[in-house]
Design a binder for this molecule. Structure first.
Ligand code: RIB
Length: 302
């Protein structure tokens, strides 16, 4: 079966430490627990699509190490098409060093490993996947030129193109905007993209409108417990978040995007797709880790 969603992005092994609080610079802090789980924004989003009812192919790279094998296996067991997950000889797999505190806040350091070697040519080799897909999703944990190529190719093929601008360190290249149907920053990413603080609905609306002016098709600013703000040329709409007791917010954004895309390819409208993504993300934050926290469709069916 042809995958309706293609994710071009990162695979990381997440090395997660839980501690009462995040360490300060120069401090050695005793933590409470440690676990290793598959993650990476790209792979997490692919897993979310698969678990939430969409067919999906992953385009990415791992290193030729044990983590690489585990990362690939984690996708295969979800039924994700991994023909385009390459193995880079002599290179380590991407890893993310994550600390989560008692308030479920996290901080993450990423070492890209094989993700850094995902070239435009390595995506182009699997152009057949892009040609048959309906939705193409990118994030920013693989090289910029690869994201640029994929967005442009997605637009050329007339696909629905989603860019999750994470992690964001500054404005996006101007020429990208015309290729993006849905741009999905969180508060800090919206701030990095626009240069203006984003911390409430009003500032999120201003950021969304600025990103529309720059040429994005539609913008969904995710605001954690404050929900999501959908901003289009027809106006903006707030979607409040389901209230839950968070344990670990890692991959909540990835779960939202995967759920949103899975709903779109099942023929749902944007509003319904946003609510579905939010319900999935809300459940994910009540569980620890990246991929283990992502729910299955059956868990969301009332
Ligand atoms: O979005 C969460 C992800 O960010 C983690 O799984 C980690 O790998 C980093 O990429």
């Amino acid at each position: 079966m042809h995958a309706k969603v293609v994710v071009v992005g990162s695979l990381n092994m997440d090395l997660v430490a839980r501690a009462q609080r995040l360490p300060r610079a120069g401090e050695t802090l005793a933590g409470e627990s440690f676990f290793t789980v598959p993650g990476g924004k790209g792979a997490n989003q692919a897993v979310a699509v698969a678990r939430l009812g969409g067919s999906v192919a992953m385009v990415g790279n791992v290193g030729d190490d044990a983590y690489g094998q585990q990362l690939r296996q984690a996708l295969e067991v979800e039924g994700i098409d991994c023909q385009a997950v390459g193995v880079c000889p002599g290179v380590s797999s991407g890893v993310a060093l994550i600390t989560v505190d008692a308030a479920s806040q996290n901080c993450i350091v990423i070492i890209p490993g094989g993700n850094a070697l995902l070239t435009p040519e390595s995506v182009q080799r699997f152009d057949a996947l892009l040609q048959v897909a309906e939705v193409i999703i990118c994030q920013l944990e693989v090289p910029t030129e690869t994201v640029a190529w994929t967005l442009a190719r997605g637009r050329e093929l007339g696909k629905q193109v989603i860019l999750n601008p994470a992690p964001a360190t500054g404005p996006l290249p101007a020429e990208w905007f015309a290729h993006i149907d849905y741009l999905t920053p969180n508060e800090s990413e919206a701030e990095a993209l626009t240069g203006e603080p984003v911390n409430d609905l009003e500032s999120a609306r201003r950021a969304g409108e600025r990103l529309l002016q720059l040429g994005a098709g539609k913008v969904i600013v995710t605001l954690g417990a404050q929900g999501a703000l959908f901003v289009s040329r027809d106006g903006s709409q707030h979607f409040p978040a389901p209230q839950v007791q968070p344990l670990d917010t890692t991959a909540a954004g990835d779960t939202f995007i995967g759920g949103f895309a899975a709903a779109l390819v099942q023929g749902k409208g944007e509003g319904e797709a946003i609510v579905f993504g939010q319900r999935a993300a809300a459940l994910s934050v009540t569980r620890a880790g990246a991929q283990p926290s992502i729910p299955y469709l059956a868990e969301l069916t009332p």
